[in-house]
Design a protein around this ligand. Structure first.
Ligand code: GLA
Length: 733
């Protein structure tokens, strides 16, 4: 890893063993790009790639009529002075001008990477990451722009963000402040996004890039089920195991925009950042604004290769503290078993059976506080309901601990019901426009987390419940999208800040709780997977993936989620059948096999299943305990997409390639069909792997393939509806 500066050509080259990123100061003083891609030799001057020719209708500069911004790759473009594509930012001056010319002033190259104040961000030591900060100045407005680039040593990822500082005398307004722009000289890529809805989160969608613009966005106040702040550019020929793929991940949990634009000269521009339509930020003299971070990763080993880059990056450089790279506890959650209708006795019954099965952590879900007997009331009153918890949270947690289980519980700190003591006491603490009705979502209103006093109050309430009880885990939910986003009492000029300040408030509360209770494992949730983003992983190392726990649908949801997010982060539970969402009765074997590639658990009353099923549950738990690190932290290769055939397959391989777990799940069987061969991936071609009674070389398994028939699959059949196997492969010594 290195960052070089070539004074004569005014060029920076960021590189490690895999990638190169070359930037330079353009003839007009703004920052341009010369190359992004596979690692190339360092060289003093790459400016031969600059388009330097007159072209009709382009705007040019008086010193050089053959140089136009429009024809060249830009780093952080503005609109209105010669570049006509999507701009990265817009700074408005007091006179209404939206034009900026940020000119290179100086730069700083250092080992390591600075934190982003109040925001989630990747981190690394001086040996693991290097940073370039380029300072540019707009002479007329007096603003400074600092563009920051960090390159990691051992992975092909560049982290970027921008900072605006108003060091002049004017009152400025940031009307758009995206985090990054990447221009590419050709647009011969497909765009992949991960979109969906409640119960079917993060389904991969491939869109062709043609001349014009395509985008994915959220304006719901959370990253959302509908859109995910992770997109991929892939070459047409890129498969799961080979070919170029570039991924863009936004380390942020609020409104976002990710957009690709191909102009008529064939240049492709990707921009990503806070959604500009729900954002504006006044910058008074002396003030500054820091954008969240965008991570740009590049693989030549296909889509699975790109996924592994992000998986390792998040596990090693985003998840922090006690839970970093730790095995995730096997949990039992009562939600699907009881909803809000429970007594302490029932909870203890469920927990006891969980302990018998081998579960490690019991999680008490919604309904333990205030008058919370249904979803119309109680939210916001974080005080134990004495009828349900006669000895409080502490009493229940201690009883569960006595059984030999850890204990955790559910909260939804950002929300309030109208029928709650909190709302009655502070009706002005919600996001709402005076004089207008506020829309409800699940009978709840959104607390105004842009107000520090609201965050403070909720922190105090939660701190009181947590501090005396032995709490190991917290599930933090957010069960509606934001509407009527207006902060009561804030002056009109600052209302455009509210969506972003809301998220900053969420991050602040997370950070305070994490600091006070560093060993608590946080799991984020938003009506299932509505906040599955890299920003959340900085605070909560795992996320509830979906409220849809059907074994078949989970194949799709978890498969789609794995493109951008590590298995260790994917909350996945076995629930009862018929499934509450789909009515399907997927056998317990397959439900378990799918869920074990995740932060594994159960979400049902194990007292209510048959003895045979209970034996299978015990086996599953024992299996997960034995192979947990390989399941949750292995190198993942997706082998067969459930979006193409009614069968999913993937394999998780240990870092030394001596062990692997292969999963095959058949959702719909094809009758009277010859078994196909499945080519495995990621194995050591030279190693002889034991698989049941048989042994195979790695190259055999990867080149010949494993026939999907009983004789080759020790254990169970996969030729029937909802049949599934997880097979352990071990290299012979
Ligand atoms: C959301 C979550 C569920 C559960 C309920 C409780 O829907 O996604 O897992 O916690 O809230 O109300």
């Amino acid at each position: 890893m290195n960052i070089t500066w070539h004074e004569t050509s005014k060029q920076f080259h960021l590189y490690n063993d895999r990638i190169s990123y070359v930037l330079y100061v353009q003839p007009n003083g703004e920052l341009g790009q010369l190359y992004y891609g596979k690692r190339i030799h360092d060289k003093k001057d790459f400016r031969y790639v600059v388009q330097h020719q007159w072209k009709a209708l382009t705007s040019y500069f008086d010193m050089d009529n053959a140089f136009s911004l429009e024809l060249n790759l830009q780093e952080y473009p503005s609109f209105g002075s010669g570049d006509y594509d999507a701009e990265a930012f817009c700074l408005v001056e007091e006179n209404g001008s939206r034009i900026s010319n940020f000119i290179y002033q100086e730069h700083r190259i250092y080992e390591g990477k600075a934190e982003l104040p109040g925001l989630p961000a990747t981190y690394g030591t001086a040996k693991e990451v290097m940073t370039l900060e380029v300072t540019l100045k707009d002479a007329v407005s007096g603003a400074l722009l600092i563009l920051s680039y960090s390159i990691f040593d051992r992975t092909s990822v560049i982290a970027r963000h921008a900072e605006f500082r108003n060091v002049g005398e004017q009152h400025l307004l940031l009307d758009r402040a995206l985090s990054a722009c990447l221009d590419l000289p050709d647009a011969d890529y497909d765009w992949m996004q991960f979109s969906g809805s409640w119960g079917r989160e993060r389904f991969p969608v491939i869109r062709k890039i043609g001349t014009g613009t395509i985008a994915i966005e959220s304006r719901r106040g959370h990253s959302s089920q509908n859109a995910n702040p992770f997109v991929i550019l892939k070459r047409k020929e890129t498969s799961e195991i080979q070919g170029e793929a570039i991924g863009f991940s936004f380390v942020y949990s609020g409104n976002f925009l990710a957009q690709a634009q191909k102009n008529t000269d064939g240049r492709l521009r990707i921009v990503m950042g806070i959604h500009p339509e729900t954002f504006s930020w006044p910058l008074a003299p002396g003030e500054s604004f820091v954008t969240p971070e965008v991570l740009i990763g590049r693989s030549e080993e296909g889509l699975s290769g790109l996924s592994r880059i992000f998986h390792h990056l998040y596990n090693d450089h985003l998840v922090r503290g006690y839970w970093q790279n730790r095995p995730r506890p096997i949990l039992l959650n009562n939600w699907e078993a009881t909803c809000m209708d429970f007594t302490q006795e029932r909870i203890l019954d469920i927990a006891k059976k969980g302990k018998e099965a081998g579960v490690e952590l019991f999680v008490l879900d919604d309904g333990w506080f205030g008058a919370r007997d249904d979803d119309r009331r109680g939210l916001g009153d974080w005080v134990e309901n004495p009828k349900k918890l006669p000895q409080g949270m502490k009493g229940l947690a201690e009883k569960v601990n006595e059984m030999g289980l850890k204990f955790g519980f559910w909260i939804e700190p950002e929300m309030v019901n109208e029928d709650s003591d909190l709302y009655r006491a502070h009706p002005d603490w919600i996001l709402s426009v005076p004089g207008r009705k506020s829309s409800l979502g699940r009978w709840q209103l959104v607390l105004d987390f842009s107000k520090p006093e609201v965050v403070e109050y909720i922190y105090d309430m939660l701190y009181r419940v947590i501090k005396d009880a032995p709490i190991s885990y917290i599930k933090w939910d957010m069960n509606r999208s934001i509407s009527e986003c207006f902060s009561i009492g804030k002056d009109p000029a600052h209302q455009g800040e509210v969506y972003h300040r809301y998220i900053l408030g969420v991050y602040d509360l997370y950070e305070r709780l994490r600091t006070a209770f560093p060993e608590i494992l946080f799991e984020s949730c938003s009506s299932g997977g509505g906040r599955f983003d890299a920003g959340m992983l900085y605070y909560a190392p795992q996320a509830w993936c979906s409220d849809n726990t059907d074994g078949e649908d989970r194949c799709l949801i978890q498969y789609g989620t794995s493109f951008g997010y590590p298995i260790s982060s994917i909350g996945a539970h076995v629930s009862a059948v018929p499934n509450q969402q789909t009515g399907r009765a997927v056998p317990i074997r397959m439900r378990g096999n799918v869920a074990m590639f995740g932060a594994f658990g159960y979400e049902l009353d194990l007292n209510e299943i048959s003895d045979d099923e209970f034996e299978i549950v015990k086996e599953q738990i024992a299996f997960v305990k034995e192979h947990r690190m390989l399941l949750q932290y292995g190198d993942l290769y997706r082998l067969r997409s459930p979006f193409e055939k009614a069968q999913a397959a993937w394999i998780s391989v240990s870092g030394d390639r001596k062990e692997a777990l292969l999963a095959v799940h058949t959702m719909r069987a094809t009758v009277n069909h010859l078994p196909e061969r499945l080519k495995l991936a990621g194995l050591d071609p030279e190693c002889l792997y034991q698989l049941g009674e048989n042994s195979y070389y790695g190259d055999e398994l990867m080149e010949v393939g494993l026939p999907m028939k009983d004789a080759c699959l020790p254990g169970y059949r996969i030729d029937q509806d909802d049949s599934s196997v997880v097979l352990y492969l071990k290299a012979q010594a």
